[in-house]
Design a protein around this ligand. Structure first.
Ligand SMILES: O=C1O[C@H](COP(=O)(O)O)[C@@H](O)[C@H](O)[C@H]1O
Length: 265
């Protein structure tokens, strides 16, 4: 594995990890996640973990195996989605179903601490409902608040990025990338199917304490190169470039094809 500091922003740290294989990446991601789970469980009595859909879920496979299956205190986990497709929970496009089949069904997180969207509601209704759920959990002290931003501060967001540079359901050139007030919003014209989704907004993503950005494959090398080159002034920033932590640690978990366009990899 190669490791290098990536471009850093005031108040936040950024690190680039490059693995030889998806297996090596998964081993490292499991260790990283287990250590943060232990840290936050000890510090706050809870660990708030946010999942994306897509290829991220495969990368979590090692967490469901020994030693982590036994050593992680799963009772402290509270699980959220950075974005979700507005489809029934048993639908092939559901990020909940993807996470349940590949991860959640294999670890003993209390079901009441897994916060899926209400799939009986419209996109707008589901976004409102999910935001209300987050606000209640902030009141209860399960989710921390960022004093710096006034938005919820999740302990760890485990995210992926699409080949177009989108993260969550925040797509290049879509007005939702500029949302500054809402915690959770909705989209009805997603360029990637299915069209109706809900998504965390950038203020929530960027208030996180830790982000693991898991990106593999040559098909994503273009946005990785754009995000990790030294320029931040462009007016046509990709969503991945807008993921800038206010006060936290951002770690890229990548493979060689994903960083193949970087100059000094
Ligand atoms: O549509 C989505 O795509 C992104 C990226 O998926 P990947 O398979 O290319 O890793 C994912 O992070 C997001 O949660 C999902 O809804």
């Amino acid at each position: 594995m190669a490791t290098a500091p990536a471009a850093s922003d005031a108040g936040s740290k950024s690190k680039l990890l490059v693995f030889d294989s998806k297996e090596d990446l998964a081993v490292s991601l499991a260790k990283y996640t287990a250590e943060l789970s232990q840290k936050f469980a000890a510090e706050r009595g809870a660990f708030t973990a946010v999942l994306s859909g897509g290829s991220l879920i495969d990368a979590l496979s090692k967490l469901t195996e020994p030693p982590y299956l036994e050593s992680v205190d799963w009772s402290k986990w509270h699980v959220f989605w950075v974005d979700e497709r507005v489809v029934p929970k048993d639908h092939e496009d559901s990020n909940y179903k993807l996470a349940f089949d590949g991860f959640l069904s294999k670890v003993p997180i209390p079901p009441g601490q897994v916060y899926a969207i209400n799939d009986a509601l419209s996109a707008e209704g589901a976004a409102d409902d999910y935001e209300a759920c987050l606000k209640q959990l902030v009141k209860n002290g399960v989710i921390a608040m960022s004093t710096a931003t006034g938005f919820p501060r999740f302990d760890l967001q485990l995210l992926g990025m699409g080949p177009d540079g989108h993260i969550a359901s925040l797509f290049p050139g879509h007005p939702l990338v500029n949302e500054k007030e809402r915690w959770v919003t909705y989209i009805k014209d997603s360029p990637k199917p299915p069209p109706e989704r809900i998504t965390f907004t950038f203020p929530v993503i960027n208030s996180s304490a830790y982000i693991a950005m898991v990106v593999t494959g040559a098909g994503k090398a273009g946005p990785v190169q754009k995000a990790l080159s030294d320029k931040q002034t462009s007016s046509d920033l990709l969503p991945i470039e807008m993921a800038v932590l206010q006060d936290g640690e951002f770690t890229w978990f990548t493979d060689k094809p994903a960083v193949s366009l970087l100059q000094n990899k």
